[in-house]
Design a protein. Structure first.
Length: 347
């Protein structure tokens, strides 16, 4: 099959549900990062004591829950194979085995999984932003590389930019993963000066190309570039645990949950006519069982690694291992959600 860059991202369908909740997809992420940036500039000492609080809150506040509907998503999207219970169980089993294999790989090749997790997160978070820009803001694709460029640029801001500005935190996090799994401590920096310089130059070129494309592809270029500027400022100034913790919960996960609210609950196609409150309550109840399972897995990991989890930072490393394990199958599912013409049929 001939490769096409559009395989990386198929145009998102406009959201069709109750427009009353749509402004919250803009307001909550913007306000959360603006407040974080202002708080850090005005009172850094106060926020420094809360460095890991947003990341830890993401265990129950939007972070873990935003992927807790994955077992029901194929059915709500109406994929043909989801009508066959046997295939649904195979899907759930495959999802669980992929997560378990990733968790096991932390013990066998932690450095490989660490960098792989950063790459998967970059692509997944970029895809989330691309979907939002196209489905909510009506962003167009004026060229074959417009969507991949947007995906890579927006995904790089919460991953590559903090890595370049706060490399010591990423190094401590990688070392913490080694510690909680009882592995020899990693030595040396994550990136050499030459590698960091090349990565910074590449990121700058990517962002410049994205800005140029936004001016011709976005229906609301000032809004999109303003949002991008806010992301750039937050990740360049605020320490990585704080900025990534807020972004994960109140930007990426928040907007994905908004997307899940649009999915029909039953087999009946078409927009959901229930009130936003009723839909939110139903979604919360649907997310609860798998969220509790994920929290149980985190507790089991902590029980096994407790002697080596000595502070909040090493607990964050343990949490990272679980998030990485859950992110890979979740990211693959979301990628399929954004490929409507290529959904698995089973027929």
């Amino acid at each position: 099959m001939k490769f096409s860059p559009d395989l990386l991202a198929v145009p998102a369908r406009p959201l069709t549900g109750d427009l009353g909740t749509r402004p919250l997809l803009v307001v909550v992420p913007w306000v959360s990062l603006l407040a974080l940036l202002a708080g850090w500039l005005l009172a850094p000492a106060a926020l420094e004591r809360l460095t890991y609080l947003p990341l830890l809150f993401s265990t129950v506040l939007f972070g873990i829950p935003h992927g807790a509907l994955d077992h029901l998503v194929p059915g709500r999207l109406g994929w043909a194979w989801s009508r066959r219970p046997g295939r649904v169980w195979l899907y759930v089993l495959g999802y669980a085995l992929l997560a378990a294999a990733t968790l096991r790989l932390w013990q066998l090749a932690p450095d490989v999984v660490f960098w792989g997790f950063l790459l998967v997160s970059l692509l997944h978070w970029g895809q989330g932003d691309l979907h939002y820009l196209e489905a909510v803001q009506g962003r167009r694709r004026t060229g074959s590389w417009s969507a991949p460029l947007t995906l890579l640029a927006r995904g790089s801001l919460p991953i590559l930019l903090p890595l370049l500005v706060f490399p010591e935190w990423f190094a401590r996090l990688a070392a913490g993963v080694h510690q909680v799994f009882g592995l020899p401590a990693a030595t040396g920096p994550l990136l050499t000066e030459a590698q960091a310089g090349a990565l910074a130059a590449g990121l700058a070129a990517l962002l410049l190309a994205y800005v140029a494309d936004t001016l011709v592809s976005s229906r609301h270029p000032l809004q999109e570039l303003g949002e991008t500027g806010l992301l750039l400022a937050a990740f360049a100034v605020v320490p990585a645990p704080l900025s990534i913790g807020i972004y994960f919960s109140l930007w990426h996960a928040w907007r994905h949950l908004g997307r899940l609210l649009e999915l029909p609950v039953g087999r009946k196609a078409g927009p959901d006519r229930r009130t936003a409150t009723a839909r939110t309550l139903r979604l919360t109840l649907d997310l609860l069982p798998i969220t509790l399972v994920a929290l149980g897995l985190l507790a089991a990991l902590y029980f096994c690694a407790a002697p080596r989890v000595q502070n909040t930072e090493t607990f964050a490393a343990l949490y990272l291992a679980l998030i990485a394990a859950l992110t890979l199958p979740h990211a693959l599912l979301v990628a399929l959600m954004d490929l409507p013409a290529r959904r698995p049929s089973g027929d």
